[in-house]
Design a protein around this ligand. Sequence first.
Ligand SMILES: [Cu+2]
Length: 152
Amino acid sequence: MNVIFLRLKLQICLIVAMVLSGGLFASYCYAQEEKFFEIKAKKFSYTPHKIIVNKGDKVTLRLVSEDVTHGLYIDGYGLETKAHPGQDGSITFVAGKTGKFTFRCSVTCGEFHPYMVGNLIVGPNYRFYVYVLMILAIGVGSGVVIFRKSKE
Ligand SMILES: [Cu+2]
């Protein structure tokens, strides 16, 4: 094994590492989607009462009250907003945790207030894994091609 060959191998490793890290970063950026939901709050329910997003999504919830002042508190995320009649509330956050989270009214609005709940469902981000697999395939593939060429 000569010095030139060793240097080539090192360069190949460097290129592959650069492709992989750049690809991972790009995957992370492209896998993130912006999602917007308008939630109508009325004694004693939310419409819609089920919000489904993917991990990493940038989520904006606008809370609109159709009668009295209502709140929306997301368990597990510890986020809250309030909507007064004619004055909407809003929360923007990155859904960093997967799972099923309950959101509930945080303003006592009447006798059935404790039952005013909904769910935030944050699923795993499959798009991200698909991108990562593609990048890995490209990285390994190009590495193999360069490696073979350098051997000739
Ligand atoms: Cu309430």
